[in-house]
Structures are given as C-alpha cells and as structure tokens.
Design a protein around this ligand. Structure first.
Ligand code: BGC
Length: 736
C-alpha cells in the first residue's frame, strides 16, 4: 500500500514538473542549445587556465570558462572573442579562487570560523565579491565545506574546522555574501561548494589521500553543509580529489546523481577539481584520459577543469555511444543556465576602471580588521598580563611580526602585500617598540641573534613574540606530520622568557599547532591563525585593550600530532577514559598487563586535548548558571526552549560565544558524545548579566539511523550551555 502511494506521488510530481511553465531562463537555454553543434556544446564544458591566449579558443567556441585570469583588460579581450567573434556569441565564465578575500584579505577561513559570527563572515564574502567582480571575476571556488579533523592536513586552513554545524553556518554565510539575493547583480559572484566530498578525511592528514567513510558518516557528518548550501541556492559544486571506498568522487555516480540531483533535487552546475578527471588514471579507476572523460560525464560532471579530456575525446565518445547526447545536453544546460542567471549575455564586459575604485576601500579594510579581531583566540593569560594597557616599552620579535606576505595566509593570490599592515607597524603607533626579528622566517634555525633578543627583552617592559607558520606551510599539498612550531621558534620564546619580563606570544598559523611546550614559556598566548591584510591593527588593538578577544577554537588543539584525528564530537568507546589515566612516568616497572585500567587513551599524551573545540578566553570573566529547560518532556514537533544566565564578572565589556551542545544518550547507532546545536555572540558590560535563550526545534536532533532514515529517535538527551565543548552543567530532557 505504501509503495502504491509512493508511485502515485512520484508520478504526480513528474507530471507537475513536465507541465510547469518553463522559466524565462530555461526557455533561453533551450533556444540556444537548439542552435549548438555537438562540438560547441563540448566547448562549453571545457574550463581552461589563463587569459589572453585563451581568446583563440573562445573565438572557436572551444572554452566555456576560464580560471586564474584577473586582469580586466585580458578578461575583456577573451570575452570579446567569445561574444563578438564566435559563431553563437556565448560569453565565457570567469572564475578564481577567491577564498578569504580578493584584494582585501580577511582571516583564513579557519580563522573566520573562529569568530562564530556568520554576519562578519557574510560581510567578508560580500566584500570579496565586490572586489573580485570589479576585476571581472563572476565565479569563486569557495566555500570549502570539508569537515576536517586532522590538523596535519594543510587544507584545514581553508575550511571551518571539525564541526558539521559550524560548517553549515559558515558555509551559508559565505554563499549569501558571494551571491547576494540576485545573481544577475553585477557584484554577485557564483559560489562553488567544494570539495564534494570527504576530502577532509584524507587518511593520516596527507593531502589527496584515500578515505574510507561509511554512507552513514557521509550523511551525518560530511553532507550537511553541502545539503544546506545546495538548498540555499549555491550555484555550483566542485568534486573532490579523493576516493571514498575505492571510488573517486569525480567518477562517483551515486554522489553526483543519486544524492545530489535525485535526492536533494539540486539544479546547479558541477565542475571537477583541477584535473581530478585525469587523476582517475593515477587512482587506477580510469584506463586513460578518454575513459576518465566518459566516467566523469556519465557520473554527472558538467564541466572539466583542466584535464583536457572532454575537449579531446567527448565527440568521439558520443559517436561511439559511450556518452549520450542527453548527458551532454544536461551538462551544457546547467552551464548556460548559470551564464544567463549571472546576466553575462547582457553584461559580458567589466569596466576596466572599476577595480581601482573599489579595491581596499576603507570600509573593506575596516571589516577585515573587525574579522581579524573577532577571530583571535586567547588561549592563556596568566595573571591577566593582557591587555598591555599600562606598558610603554615593548620588545617585538619573531618571524611573523613583520611578514606582510605570510600573514595573509594560504590562497591569497590577489592580495598585495604592500597593503598589509603588520603587527610591528601597528604596535609602533601604540608603544615605544624595540624591534629585533630574532629569526628571519618560521623555519629559520639560525639562533645567532638570540643573545641580542634577550638583551633587548631585558630593556623592555614586556616582550611580544610573533611566531607561527609561513603561508606556504598550510593549504593545498602542505601537510605536516609534526605540527609544532618550526625552526627555532620555540627556542626563541624560551630565550625571551629568560629575561624575566612578561612574555606574550602571538601565533599566526594555518592550523592549530601543538603549542603546549610554548605555553609553559609565556604568560599569554593569542592565537590568530593567519589574520589577513588588517591583522596588524587588529592584534595591536587586542594587545592594547582597545578590543577584547572573543574567538573560539573551531578545531581541537592537540598536545601532540600523534593524537590526530581528534574531535570533540566523537563516539564513545566501550571503555571511555575516566580521567584517571596512568601516564608513562607513573607506570611501575614490571607492571601487570591490566594494571593500568584498560581505558581508551595514550600512555604519553593521556586522553584529553590541549584545548577543546569552542575554547577561548576573554580579558573579562564570564560566569554561567545552570541551564534551564522550559519543558523537559517533549515530542518531535516541539521546540526545546533552553536558557542560561550569563554574567560578566570581570572588568571589561566583552563578547562571549555561548554554545549549546546536546547528547542523544542511546541510539539505534552510537551517537556522538556531544554535538554543537547552536551558538550566540553575547556582549555584556562589566557586572551585567543576561538570560541567553536558545529555541532548538526537536526536529534538529534528527540523524541517519540504523535503517538509514533521517529521524529523531525518542529517548533521553543531555544538554549543555557553555563557553566551550568541555564545560557546563548537564541538564536532561526527553523526547517521546
Ligand atoms: C584545488 C581547488 C581549487 C582549484 C582551482 C585545486 O588544486 O583543490 O580547491 O579551487 O585547484 O584553483
């Protein structure tokens, strides 16, 4: 009976779709498609890297999109060849990796996630779009939505960290910012949700590596941000380099058709990653380039980025009957639809004088500074040494203090370092600065100037040591097996500490590094990831106390890389560590086999992280009351009303990121020990208190269960409202 009803409903939907009046865009696409030769269609499916040299291809209708050209004059030249000199005058789509800013560089995406502030992230994406479109770029390969739980993977810098919920919120904010309300607005840039999917689960954190992710984990952890942004209208999607359980994403029909199109009903355009079709040969999935093109298109890819396989072999494949013209039409339809939606047919050219007017506009720089302020995480502040509001003379040292290029971080192709303001420059406006670089770059091992640095520290009231990673140490293909500070940076901190003055360490890096030993040698540590163009003024304001840190960690900080992957929202083992772990140095000689208690932890690093997900201090103190739930007996249609009393008991007006976590105690499959389900940034004056309330629909507790159904399972739950994923008082509720 159920089956019959299902068939009837499906038939009704199909009939309704078939009879629905076509949109204006669909009508235009059909009309154009009807005039195109097979070769012209295949040309649209081809994306090439470059500028002027591509004009010839455009003239011949052999290219649908270009990437990596940001010169307005060159873009216009290619566009002219396409629009005025090709047979059908179809404009090319100009794309670029605008990942965390175009000219004005914002903090790296991991830093943006640390703000827990979707509004500033949306504003950053809007500014990126305004600047990039002024140079003629209408399509960005962002946001990267790969949940990443292994800081050895260099690309953790490009995403929102380890949590699916935060990933959804940040992804939505970026898509809103890039695309605005109307893609045809000349300042709108099509977003590209990437990399579909599971790329962040690369084994051992080694880039491009294999992954083994179950369907349930895909659905519960890796799909949510893609599904949410697809539903919100993200215009395009990029396949990923990795394979999952032996199937490279670019050739994975289940992912690209069954899930994306049939289950989610998404109607955007799919592009491969750079030569990811061609790389299916190295995977051992395709025999040769021709085979890879066949597999990619039949799996559901619309556009080929840089394998050249489509342009070389697709005509042959169609003639041989290996790829149907229906597949080709599907792909070309998606590409043309986007071009029409972007208004490229009406407005193909960019005003070549525009970028000079909008790049680095004062309001862009102000937003970038605010984002950098909000993204900094205060990890330690012994004795309230920060802010340094009463200090006059400071030593500034370390390889990241005056490194305008490095502080922009990875994927900052178009940011110009001449526009970067470094901490050294900004601090000079606030203090009498003694400047001693100490090390030239983050990997530098030359300690010859250390005595000079130490002597300078003795003359100062306080010392600021800027350490971290050069931009090249994180991002694509930049994995590390050891994620402590490189070169002699830890020794530099230790050397400065010997002077006996207050030591403040500022870390600018692409990942959460293992900085445990460095914490022991400093009073305060501010972790700012790579903060971008305005990192200097942002950090100077935080140091001086003109701004108060509010960032929270979007990834767990580890004691040691050997703990990776480590994430707060893990499942429990059958022998969870009970907090009484015996460490190496405490083990008696000739200890009995089971004498250590047999729980799940490392003998050397113990169980817990260095800092948990969601962690970050303030200059003030926040006190949380016990969470209250209005009605703790709920049904599936109810909304959980949970609140907490938050009080600022310190001396500074400040913002706290209040976090809501839930645990589903028993499930048909094992459920995570905690899951973030909400957050709010709450600003309080000293002494002020506020009731912070979350309205969480019970439906948001749904997950993919034992029957692979997305349901809320009735039962008992625990809820916390706290300042990080490791604190707070638990309260119970149940769902019938
Ligand atoms: C990266 C993508 C990027 C593309 C285009 C690839 O190597 O994996 O994230 O968008 O290059 O530059």
């Amino acid at each position: 009976m159920k089956m019959v009803r299902y068939v009837v409903v499906c038939a009704a939907i199909l009939w309704a779709v078939a009879c629905a009046p076509k949109s204006e865009v669909d009508r235009k696409v059909d009309e154009l498609l009807g005039q195109m030769t097979l070769q012209e269609k295949i040309g649209q499916m081809n994306q090439l890297s470059g500028g002027a040299w591509v004009a010839e291809q455009a003239r011949n209708g052999m290219v649908g999109s270009i990437l990596n050209c940001v010169d307005p004059a060159e873009i216009n030249a290619v566009q002219k060849a396409a629009v005025e000199e090709s047979r059908l005058g179809i404009p090319v789509l100009v794309s670029r990796d605008v990942i965390h800013g175009f000219r004005t560089i914002f903090p790296i995406p991991l830093g943006l996630a640390a703000t827990f502030d979707p509004d500033i992230v949306e504003q950053g994406a809007r500014i990126s779009a305004i600047e990039a479109t002024a140079s003629g770029v209408r399509w960005t390969f962002s946001p990267m939505l790969d949940v990443a739980r292994d800081p050895r993977w260099g690309r953790v810098a490009e995403g929102s960290g380890e949590d699916p919920y935060l990933d959804v919120q940040m992804g939505l904010a970026m898509v809103r910012g890039y695309q605005g309300d109307d893609l045809s607005d000349p300042t709108a840039m099509a977003a590209c949700i990437k990399h579909f999917v599971g790329y962040g689960a690369a084994e051992g954190g080694r880039d491009y590596n294999s992954t083994m992710i179950s369907e349930r984990s895909l659905r519960n952890t890796y799909f949510p941000a893609f599904k949410a942004t697809a539903d919100a209208g993200a215009a395009t999607l990029m396949t990923s380099f990795n394979e999952i359980d032996g199937i490279p994403s670019t050739g994975n029909r289940w992912l690209l058709k069954d899930i994306l199109r049939d289950e989610w009903g998404w109607d955007g355009m799919v592009v491969t990653d750079w030569n990811s079709a061609g790389e299916m040969i190295a995977h051992g999935f395709s025999r040769d380039l021709k085979h890879s093109a066949e597999q990619a298109v039949n799996a559901g890819v619309d556009m080929d980025m840089m394998s050249y396989g489509f342009i070389q072999y697709m005509e042959e494949l169609v003639k041989e009957g290996k790829v149907s013209e229906t597949e080709i039409d599907r792909a070309v339809r998606n590409i043309l639809k986007l071009k029409f939606e972007l208004g490229l047919f009406e407005n193909p050219y960019v005003d070549e004088t525009l970028s000079a007017q909008v790049d680095y506009a004062p309001e862009h720089l102000a937003a970038a500074k605010q984002a950098a302020i909000e993204s900094a995480i205060l990890l330690q502040n012994k004795g309230g040494v920060l802010p340094l509001d009463k200090v006059r003379t400071i030593l500034v040292t370390g390889p990241l203090a005056d490194a305008p290029y490095e502080q922009m971080g990875t994927w900052a192709f178009d940011g110009q370092k001449e526009h970067t303001v470094t901490p050294l420059e900004a601090l000079r406006k606030e203090y009498d600065v003694i400047w001693e670089p100490g090390l030239k770059y983050s990997r530098d091992k030359d300690k010859s100037s250390f005595p000079k640095v130490r002597a300078a520290a003795s003359r100062a009231d306080a010392a600021l040591v800027f350490v971290g990673e050069e931009a090249i140490l994180s991002g694509e293909a930049h994995s590390l097996s050891d994620i402590c500070l490189q070169g002699a940076q830890s020794e530099l901190i230790a050397e400065v500490a010997k002077a006996g003055k207050p030591v403040v360490v500022v870390v600018m890096a692409g990942r959460p590094l293992t900085i445990g030993r460095d914490l022991a040698n400093c009073d305060a540590m501010l972790y700012s990831f790579h903060p971008g163009t305005m990192g200097g003024p942002a950090i100077a304001d935080l140091i001086k106390g003109k701004a108060v840190p509010s960032g929270k960690s979007p990834m767990t900080f580890l004691h040691d890389a050997g703990q990776a992957p480590f994430y707060y929202n893990h499942n429990n083992t059958g022998r969870p560590c009970n907090g009484t772990e015996t460490l190496l140095e405490d083990i008696p000689i000739a200890a009995g086999q089971t004498s250590l208690g047999c729980t799940s932890y490392y003998l050397d690093t113990g169980y817990g992280p260095l800092f948990p997900f969601g962690y970050g201090l303030s200059y003030t103190e926040f006190e949380y009351g016990k969470p209250m739930i209005e009605d703790a007996d709920l049904t599936e249609d109810d909304v959980i009303m949970a609140s907490v009393e938050l009080r600022n008991t310190g001396k500074y007006e400040a913002t706290e990121v209040v976090q809501l976590y839930v645990r589903d105690l028993v499930g048909s499959v094992v459920r995570p020990v905690k899951e973030l389900k909400g957050f709010q940034r709450v600003q309080l004056a000293p002494g002020e208190s506020r009731t912070v309330t979350f309205a969480l629909p019970v439906s948001e507790l749904a997950f993919w269960n034992i029957d692979m159904e997305y349901v809320v399972e009735p039962g008992d739950f625990t809820l916390w409202i706290a300042g990080d994923s490791d604190s707070g008082e638990p309260v119970a509720f149940s769902v019938k």
